[in-house]
Design a protein around this ligand. Structure first.
Ligand code: SF4
Length: 272
């Protein structure tokens, strides 16, 4: 199989300014715990993790869309056995054209997100991303990750243009509190976010900019009868909230916000 990485632009939640690549959800997430589920590579059949509290949105995408599943597996197969340098090279060369095209056509740099699905599956791969972000400075990179272990280990090597967000619900959440890492937390209601004193993010703007920890409202297709599924039903009944799809009412506002976002980001304050 030819070694290529497929990058994508935007999705139902994000505008085209966000360029991203993904890996198979769950299979590449060694620290996933409360979110863990996996779509079978061939059939798309979902297997839920033993400690799951809510289903991974990206895994459910893979369950529904064969093409997307194949794309993510192809990316993983192309990368997984490479050295750091070769991983970096593959990421860098495959990103080049889409990055340059966006910049030329829009008069501003894109935002690059590591993964809608998947995570930093090993240390070499994490290091390759640090190198990638450094190469593309000052383009803003960002990621949600449960690899708080790698983040803490490599904290002095993370370039200023790479905004990491610890995704709560992983095996090493203890490191979030110990090192006061900026984090994102899934909540089941707006009230839960208020109680935890967290702003709700709907467009990744809290993720790609430096700032405080934040919350994300439960979304995606949840397991029937689960707490997450009941919370989604209540949100739909009470507020008409259906998660993120092409009809989401706030979509145009979210896109406007992200397009207004300055090329020159605020100075970064690291918490570690
Ligand atoms: S770590 Fe992220 S991508 Fe992996 S299973 Fe959990 S939510 Fe999905």
């Amino acid at each position: 199989m030819a070694k290529t990485i497929k990058w994508s632009q935007g999705n139902v939640k994000l505008p085209d300014r966000v360029i991203h690549m993904s890996l198979p959800s769950g299979y590449t997430c060694p620290m996933a715990l409360k979110c863990l589920c996996k779509a079978n590579a061939n059939t798309g059949k979902i297997t839920d993790g033993p400690h799951q509290e809510y289903r991974c949105y990206a895994a459910m995408q893979e369950a529904r869309h064969k093409g997307l599943r194949e794309q993510r597996w192809n990316n993983y197969i192309a990368l997984k056995k490479l050295s750091i340098d070769d991983m970096y090279l593959l990421l860098q060369t495959s990103l080049h054209n889409i990055h340059e095209k966006y910049t030329a056509n829009h008069g501003q740099r894109p935002l690059v997100r590591a993964h809608i699905g998947g995570d930093f599956f090993n240390e070499n791969y994490f290091n390759a991303w640090l190198k990638l972000a450094k190469h593309y400075e000052p383009t803003q990179f960002y990621a949600y990750t449960k690899r708080t272990d790698l983040w803490v280990d490599k904290c002095k090597s993370i370039p200023d243009n790479f905004e990491l967000n610890a995704s709560r619900g992983g095996k090493r959440d203890d490191l979030i509190d110990t090192y006061n890492l900026k984090c994102a937390e899934v909540v089941l209601s707006k009230q839960e976010a208020i109680n935890k004193n967290l702003e709700l993010d709907h467009d990744d703007s809290h993720a790609y900019q430096p700032g405080p920890s934040f919350a994300q409202l439960i979304h995606g297709c949840q397991k029937a009868g689960s707490k997450a599924s009941k919370a989604l039903s209540k949100l739909k009944k009470d507020e008409g909230y259906t998660g993120y799809n092409s009809n989401t009412k706030t979509m145009s506002q979210r896109n406007r916000n992200i397009l207004l976002y300055s090329k020159h980001l605020k100075p970064k304050t690291r918490t570690i």
